[in-house]
Design a protein around this ligand. Structure first.
Ligand code: B12
Ligand code: SF4
Length: 440
């Protein structure tokens, strides 16, 4: 079989003003790359850290879009390649969420999970029969066929800040049993939790040359026995990891801690004792907590939001990330707000969950925007994000030192940040004082 020269592109997107400037290696794209047959010579460009060569001699460009804030850029990239006659195929989460609008910019749009499907599509392409749409939504491949991801495609030095390697992304399951108001996951993956087989998951984890991971599963708290088995098998790997919620159960928390849980994201949606105690339980097990706080739901008044912010300051969260409701397509939030005529901004570049694009129920859009800014400012008023991150990094470094997995930073990259030269003159006081990444 003749080799096909292909380029896989992950379009750039803008961070929220309050988010850390860290750029993590894209995951979906390299999981997709693993589904391509060997005769595809695929190279990868993450536009968040490097430039695209629009003149490259390639036959197929694959564009992987995860966020709504990537789609306009993805379309523009496609238009340039297609003008030269290069075949462009789109896939990924936001291709599924923005399928109809993507079609005019594509030779082909792939909807669904990629495993086991690419060879037949490439046959169509060779025979001049490439279809405009390959729709596999709702037809999930066997979960055992997933992975390992093509991490060899990363230019690792581009995901490094002053010598410290960023976490690698990993997923141990797909889908989710729930269907929450602002979330597109039930549309994307069906309301069904699909855990990967433990032995394959562990083998995949073992092969990652990075001790620090972000396990991106929607929620690990879906099947207690699987969760227990997974954590038990992870213990000898000595990885340290961040994840979304895990089961609030002493046995699970205990095993998670032994398996290297570093910190977890926990949605904080009210000011109840339940939340307070839950955060405490994580801490009692040595697991940090980053609160994720969604502002602007119809049941929230201005006072509720202020009360929630005060509450956060009293429950000892390690970090917090605030977002405003963003009505992403294929969510209940989108359907409701569209039907009620409350969405006033349809520019997908603004759908970053930091910009208000709809009329909230109990306040003006401007007021919600102010409260969102106030939330970031008040949470990080006494201790900056860098200072709080420093504490979390110290915790992980100490644990790594204890179990002999600690890797000192790479001094060759000490003057680089995500591939660019560090401008030392711009370091701020906190960074000089407290940068967790400079302690060794
Ligand atoms: C990891 C993640 C992040 C990471 C991304 C880091 C990185 N470098 O990639 C971070 C933390 C940065 C992030 C941020 C945000 N995220 Co996010 N994130 C995810 C998450 C949990 C996992 C994505 C993933 O890797 N999935 C696993 C991979 C394997 O699946 P996949 O990408 O679908 O890939 C498969 C197929 O799609 C296909 N495929 C992929 N690419 C291609 C390409 C081609 C050509 C083909 C044919 C096929 C194909 O092949 C793969 C294997 O089958 C998803 C939820 C989810 N579970 O998917 C939310 C999700 C993507 N995020 C979401 C949101 C809301 C956000 C935020 C806006 C808000 C927030 N605080 O979470 C911010 C962004 C802020 C901003 N400025 O815009 C929403 C999407 C919203 C949207 N429409 O934009 C999702 C769906 C979660 C949800 N609850 O709805 N996120
Ligand atoms: S918000 Fe989390 S728990 Fe709810 S449907 Fe989405 S992935 Fe599932």
């Amino acid at each position: 079989m003749n080799t096909i020269k292909a380029r896989l592109i992950y379009p750039r997107w803008n961070k929220l003003p309050g988010q850390t400037t860290f750029t993590l290696p894209p995951h979906g794209a390299v999981v997709f790359a693993a589904t391509l047959p060997e005769y595809v010579d695929v190279k990868f460009t993450d536009e968040n850290v490097e430039e695209i060569d629009f003149d490259e001699d390639v036959e197929i460009v694959y564009i992987s879009m995860m966020l709504s804030t990537q789609v306009k850029r993805g379309w523009a990239i496609a238009d340039r390649f297609r003008a030269r006659g290069v075949t462009v195929m789109f896939g990924g989460i936001s291709t599924m969420l923005h399928a109809e609008e993507t079609i005019p910019h594509a030779d082909s749009v792939f909807l669904g999970e990629a495993e086991g499907r690419q060879e037949a599509i490439l046959d169509d392409w060779r025979n001049g029969k490439l279809k405009k749409v390959y729709n596999y939504m709702g037809k999930m491949p066997d979960i055992a066929t997933v992975g390992p991801a093509r991490r060899d495609l990363y230019k690792r030095e581009l995901y490094n800040h002053k010598g410290v390697q960023m976490v690698d992304l990993f997923h141990a399951s797909r889908g989710c049993r729930f269907s929450c108001y602002p979330c597109a996951v039930s549309y994307l993956g069906g309301r069904c939790f699909r855990p990967r087989p433990i032995d394959k998951t562990i083998a995949d984890l073992e092969s990652i040359d990075n001790n620090r991971l972000f396990i991106v599963d929607n929620s690990l708290a879906q099947d207690k026995q699987w969760e227990l088995d997974l954590f038990r098998e992870m213990i000898p790997l000595k990885k340290k990891w961040i994840s979304h919620t895990i089961e609030d159960d002493p046995q699970v928390l205990d095993l998670a801690a032994q398996a290297g849980a570093w910190y977890v994201y926990q949605a904080v949606y009210d000011t109840s004792d339940y939340i307070k105690e839950r955060v405490k339980r994580y801490h009692d097990h040595g697991i940090g907590v980053e609160g994720t706080i969604l502002l602007g739901l119809d049941n929230q008044t201005e006072d509720d939001i202020k009360r929630l912010i005060d509450f956060l300051l009293n429950i000892d969260l390690d970090l917090a990330e605030f977002t405003v409701l963003a009505p992403f397509p294929h969510t209940k939030a989108y359907d409701d707000l569209m039907r009620q005529g409350r969405i006033f901004d349809h520019d997908w570049d603004h759908y970053n969950a930091g910009q208000v694009v709809y009329h909230p129920k109990h306040m003006s859009a401007e007021r919600l925007q102010e409260l969102y800014n106030y939330a970031w400012e008040s949470f990080y008023h006494d201790e900056t994000q860098e200072e709080k991150m420093f504490k979390l990094f110290t915790q992980v470094m100490l644990r790594e030192m204890e179990d002999g997995t600690y890797r000192p930073r790479d001094r060759k990259l000490a003057n680089k940040s995500f591939g660019r030269d560090v401008d030392r003159s711009k370091r701020n006081v906190n960074e000089l004082k407290n940068n967790p990444l400079q302690t060794n």
